[in-house]
Design a binder for this molecule. Structure first.
Ligand SMILES: Cc1cc2nc3c(=O)[nH]c(=O)nc-3n(C[C@H](O)[C@H](O)[C@H](O)COP(=O)(O)OP(=O)(O)OC[C@H]3O[C@@H](n4cnc5c(N)ncnc54)[C@H](O)[C@@H]3O)c2cc1C
Length: 406
């Protein structure tokens, strides 16, 4: 059977944070853009807050993705992200002094992050806090959060308590609770049930306060409480991460990119350092996507853009493979995994990826740009740089691909 085929200026492979930013960058460059992706990426696991860098800039090695795009590139990417998120209904705010802010985690510790998710619990100086859990929601324990906060900020006045969920909430799955709390009657009843809890204190609740209508749910609860109502992210599923993923995805479509989810890229037609087309498997069969330029944003080992132990025909044995083009993967010397799960220096395998030039192209390729967790030489978890690298390199890869295509 003949393979169906589609033609664009730019095809972005992957719809995580890096791929979505690349699509916006390529649209900004005036290109006709398609995003093909198997699934939604790591955003649905993330806290929804954007980590730029927890440690010092000077410690970044030569060849680190931030050094490839430079400080202007990072600023451009952040501005593009802030504008896109705000247009999509998620107004992220930078600290006035451009410092990291301290977001509260599900165990009450404080995590440095550059852009807390809108409505995320952040402790303000001089405030007091009351943490409330919902009866039956096993993913959130107010006492654990309160004790963690007392340890992290000795002297901070912290209390905790429980509330029943509204009668209209019939499921205890966090995503279902969030959907049901978008019903006006349901959130009014929740506001009534919370009355009298933590008067005069900031109210910290589990992050299940709505999905697409979260700002309206939070605003109603804040008005009833008469003060701050903020959310503490659950470990999984993470509603703030899901909100960011779905808002950015809609924004990318509104910006004019074609989005093809459920499309797994499985191979490519290439010649003389150029990619002519990729082939995607979809439920409707194989589709060839032709383009002037391609962006690879397939998320490394966790995103499935890299694989362990899969043999790529025609290439020498290697411990880690790139799954579509068979690109050479840089694997750091030394052990791939540390003995401790939360080793301070991170794990070697996390730094595996594709080494590129400053145009984010792998050596020998003229119309392929790499971004996000596919890039070599950084550890988003140990450095606290996951969202920032995805945004800065995704945006730049999209602009470059758009320029190549035109
Ligand atoms: C549990 C967890 C929590 C995190 N929390 C935070 C946080 O709170 N803040 C923060 O800043 N960072 C966080 N990070 C890090 C950050 O989320 C990632 O570094 C970043 O989002 C990577 O984005 P990406 O677009 O490169 O990859 P991904 O988000 O993994 O996206 C990869 C995309 O490629 C697609 N794909 C893969 N292979 C193919 C193929 N062959 N064909 C088609 N599509 C394909 C996938 O379906 C997906 O759409 C977290 C990461 C994890 C794992």
């Amino acid at each position: 059977m003949m393979k169906r085929s589609r033609t664009y200026d730019v095809v972005v492979i992957g719809a995580g944070l890096a791929g979505l930013m690349a699509a916006l960058g390529a649209r900004r460059a005036g290109a006709e853009v398609a995003v093909v992706a198997e699934g939604g990426g790591a955003l649905e696991l993330s806290s929804g807050s954007v980590d730029l860098l927890a440690g010092p800039w000077d410690a970044l090695a030569e060849g680190h993705p931030y050094r490839l795009v430079g400080s202007d590139g990072i600023r451009d990417g952040l501005d593009a992200f802030l504008a896109a998120a705000s247009a999509a209904g998620l107004p992220y705010m930078e600290d006035a002094e451009h410092r990291n802010q301290a977001a509260v985690t599900a165990v009450g510790s404080l995590r440095p992050t550059y852009l807390p998710a809108p409505g995320a619990a952040v402790v303000q100086p001089g405030c007091s806090v009351h943490v409330v859990g919902f009866q039956g929601l096993r993913e959130f324990h107010p006492q654990v959060v309160a004790e963690g906060l007392r340890r992290a900020m000795p002297g901070l006045p912290v209390t905790w308590g429980w509330s029943d969920l509204p009668d209209g909430v019939t499921s205890l799955h966090p995503l279902q609770i969030a959907r049901q709390l978008e019903e006006p009657a349901c959130r009014r009843q929740l506001a009534a049930r919370l009355a009298g809890q933590g008067v005069g204190a900031a109210l910290f609740l589990p992050a299940v306060l709505g999905l697409d209508q979260a700002p309206a749910v939070r605003a109603e609860l804040s008005a009833a409480h008469g003060g701050t109502v903020a959310e503490v992210p659950l470990l999984s599923p993470s509603l703030p991460g899901l909100r960011l993923g779905s808002a950015l995805t809609r924004h990318v479509q509104r910006a004019g990119a074609d989005l093809h989810l459920g499309a797994r890229a499985v191979g490519a037609a290439c010649g003389q350092g150029r990619i002519d087309s990729i082939t995607c498997q979809t439920v409707a069969g194989a589709v060839a996507y032709r383009a002037g330029a391609f962006v690879l944003a397939t998320g490394g080992l966790l995103g499935r853009g890299l694989d362990v132990g899969a043999r790529v025909p025609g290439l020498p044995d290697a411990p880690i493979y790139e799954t579509i083009f068979g690109l050479p993967v840089e694997v750091p010397a030394g052990p791939l995994a540390a003995t401790e799960l939360l080793a301070p220096g991170g794990h070697g395998f996390v730094r595996a990826g594709i080494r590129t030039d400053e145009h984010l192209r792998p050596p020998g390729w003229s119309n392929l740009h790499i971004c996000g967790k596919m890039l070599a030489g950084y550890d988003p978890y140990a450095e606290g740089s996951g969202g920032g690298v995805a945004i800065a390199t995704g945006w730049r890869a999209g602009l470059l691909a758009g320029g190549v295509a035109k």
